[in-house]
Design a protein around this ligand. Structure first.
Ligand SMILES: [Zn+2]
Length: 334
């Protein structure tokens, strides 16, 4: 039976989760679990050698007992803090993501290029929600708006000689077509939280458009930073957070302007690494938690080909038609 719980943002309620199923928070908590150690990890000037032999073919017995050292144990992610067992924090994180889903930020193909156009005003509500939800992050990090609705956070590191790292996400979502509303198990913009909703959704789930692309990343990043800030942590190397607001329609207003701002400030090839969204997941395989890295994602490309040839009637084409394009423009679409 479904237990449906729509919670107010600032009203902490303990969420019961069965201990054996607690990793079903992964969509949000995977970000926390990954990012908190990474932010500590990045404090080190050298990263540890990852000694996994990718060319070896493993026997079934080896696989069964495998614990690849490419998945090193998490470094200290705070003073013995584990987001998987911190019920109060997990509840707050779930409510934050629920609230983020409730603030509608769909991008449409016909959105104006001008970010000050009123059709983009809905992004203001999301910005206000972030500022309300993460006051410590806004107090500890520099925050700038880039091209009106893009967010650029800078957490200054102690060592200016180290390259910064970059964590990215986007505010906007794809739209929900009116005709598909009936296909949603829960309304797409209510941020419904279920606890043991159905057999295929054990544990706690946050439902709605953007709950997995990619408000979960965005809220997870800010949640991890907030936690570290709360512990008084200052990173060795600068940590930059960049959140665009039109990724679903190519990113010319958000990512493009954020890129320009960061390139002006830091130069080309200036980041040690960046983490963006992508298909990944946390699974329990071979006796260990395995977080698959989203190293590649299928995308789409629009190709515009312009062909010019002498005029004439298509019913009597010349021997060679317009086979030589005079221009070819490839526009990657994210
Ligand atoms: Zn996305």
């Amino acid at each position: 039976m479904s237990e449906k719980t729509t919670l107010p943002f600032d009203n902490p309620v303990s969420l019961e989760r069965p201990k054996s199923k607690r990793n079903t928070y992964w969509a949000l908590l995977a970000s926390l679990c990954l990012l908190a150690p990474i932010l500590h990890f990045s404090s080190r000037s050298t990263l540890p050698h990852l000694g996994c032999d990718h060319h070896k073919i493993y026997s079934a017995a080896e696989l069964a007992s495998a614990k690849c050292p490419a998945q090193p144990p998490a470094l200290d992610i705070g003073h013995h803090w584990d987001p998987n067992t911190d019920e109060e924090y997990a509840g707050r994180a779930a409510r934050r993501l629920s609230k983020a889903v409730q603030v509608r930020t769909e991008s449409y193909d016909d959105m104006p290029l001008d970010p000050t156009d009123q059709r983009w005003d809905k992004m203001n509500a999301f910005s206000e929600m972030l500022e309300d939800g993460f006051p410590r992050v806004y107090a500890a990090l520099d925050h700038e708006y880039v091209n009106t609705h893009g967010h650029l956070f800078t957490w200054k590191g102690k060592d200016k000689g180290l390259q910064p790292i970059l964590l990215t996400a986007h505010v906007d979502t794809v739209p929900v077509l009116q005709d598909t509303l009936g296909l949603w198990r829960y309304p797409p913009f209510e941020g419904t939280i279920t606890v043991n909703g159905t057999d295929d959704t054990p544990g706690t789930w946050i439902w709605g458009r953007g709950s997995s692309d990619c408000k979960n990343s965005l809220m997870g990043i800010l949640g991890a930073v907030e936690r570290l800030v709360t512990e008084g942590h200052t990173p060795e190397r600068t940590v930059v957070l960049a959140f665009g607001f039109d990724e679903e329609i190519g990113g010319p207003r958000g990512a493009a302007h954020l890129t320009k701002a960061m390139t002006n400030r830091y130069g080309n090839d200036s980041f040690a690494f960046l983490i963006d969204e992508g298909f990944s997941g946390l699974s329990n395989d071979y006796g260990a938690f395995v977080l698959s890295m989203g190293m590649a994602e299928k995308g789409s490309v629009d190709v515009e080909i312009k062909v010019e040839n002498p005029g004439g009637h298509s019913s009597v084409p010349p021997k060679h038609t317009g086979s030589k394009p005079t221009s070819c423009t490839i526009r990657p679409v994210c």
